[in-house]
Write a protein that binds this ligand. Structure first.
Ligand code: ZN
Length: 340
């Protein structure tokens, strides 16, 4: 049974595995042709919108002045595609519910979401099976009522009034106070699980970070791309400075591995801060280190800065990491002192 006709891209007049959907080359339908092509149809426009932490969608039927918009629960993980599919499903529902009242019996849903159309078409591989299943079932109900339903891809921002209206409504959706649940796709479920795991890990980390050196350097968990050095010796020395287990006297003394916690030169505890920030033995090397960091535009230099924990750009962090490597090599105090 032919249920949905999908017009999107690339190939011409192909019937899908379901025998329910086929599509035509988008290039053969420039935007000014749609009005003509679908003059017997009722036009329904849909759009989705992704904000910083919210996701929304909208549908509108300019001819009947009907429109609706939604803001989604878990908006930070809901993909734009899930939102676009939601608006398409809602449009199909609207048609099915109102079909007896509507004079036109041919319906076209115009969307600029190519990926949604592809998802509806590649039914079996879809990440959004629940929404795709629902779309197909509702489309069947519509066609059982001697109506037709077509999905047409339209390019966004080409001045198509209905598309512009749907776009605007979807953006307004971010301001809604009521949030609607949106069926999650497989990718979103994965992201949700990952986010929850990261949150749990962060909570564990927060619970102990006050008591650890690493907690003072790295306030949040997560990958530091600038924290890995190609040179194994540098990598070991830097990692030990970050986690706070070094062969500096203060640390070694704590484990009865050194007679005194004091610096051999300065007679103050040889801590990580001492080694990096104040030890007189490495004044010259430190001058170069600080100069190099200041040259990158960073004025306030702390242990945290030197070890890569400040909120800076990747480029600035790479610069600091290179300066730290030079300092480690030049001072020689920790460099090559570890066997691993
Ligand atoms: Zn010293």
């Amino acid at each position: 049974m032919e249920t949905i006709t999908i017009h999107n891209t690339q190939r011409t007049g192909r019937t899908s595995q379901q025998g329910a959907m086929h599509r035509k080359n988008k290039n053969s339908h420039p935007s000014n042709n749609w009005t003509k092509r679908y003059r017997e149809h009722l036009h329904i426009y849909t759009d989705g919108s992704k904000g910083d932490s919210s996701t929304s969608a909208a549908m509108c039927v300019p001819e009947t002045q009907y429109h609706n918009k939604w803001k989604f629960e878990k908006g930070d993980i809901i993909s734009i595609m899930a939102a676009e599919l939601y608006a398409i499903v809602k449009s199909l529902e609207w048609v099915a519910l109102n079909i007896e009242l509507l004079t036109k019996k041919n319906f076209v849903i115009l969307t600029d979401s190519l990926s949604s159309l592809q998802s509806l078409e590649s039914f079996t591989n879809s990440n959004y099976k629940r929404q795709v299943n629902r779309a197909t079932r509702i489309a069947e109900i519509i066609t059982e009522n001697d109506a037709t339903i077509t999905l047409q891809w339209v390019p966004s921002h080409v001045g198509l009034a209905g598309n512009e209206l749907a776009d605007q409504l979807a953006k307004e959706g971010h301001l809604l106070t009521i949030e609607t649940p949106c069926p999650l796709g497989t990718e979103e479920v994965k992201r949700l699980v990952k986010n929850e795991k990261i949150k749990a890990w962060q909570r564990q980390y927060d619970a102990v970070k006050e008591e650890t050196h690493i907690g003072s350097v790295k306030p949040t968990i997560g990958h530091w791309p600038w924290a890995t050095f190609k040179n194994r010796t540098t990598e070991t020395a830097a990692a030990r400075l970050r986690i706070g287990h070094t062969i500096l006297n203060e640390s070694m003394h704590r484990f009865n591995q050194a007679d005194s916690p004091l610096c051999n030169r300065c007679s103050t505890p040889e801590s990580i801060e001492h080694y990096l920030m104040t030890c007189r033995r490495f004044e010259q090397e430190r001058r170069k280190l600080f100069l190099s960091i200041r040259n990158a535009g960073i004025q306030n230099i702390s242990v945290k800065t030197v070890l890569g924990g400040d909120s800076l750009s990747q480029q600035e962090q790479n610069h600091i990491a290179a300066a730290l490597e030079t300092y480690l090599k030049a001072s020689g105090r920790l460099y090559g002192m570890y066997n691993n």
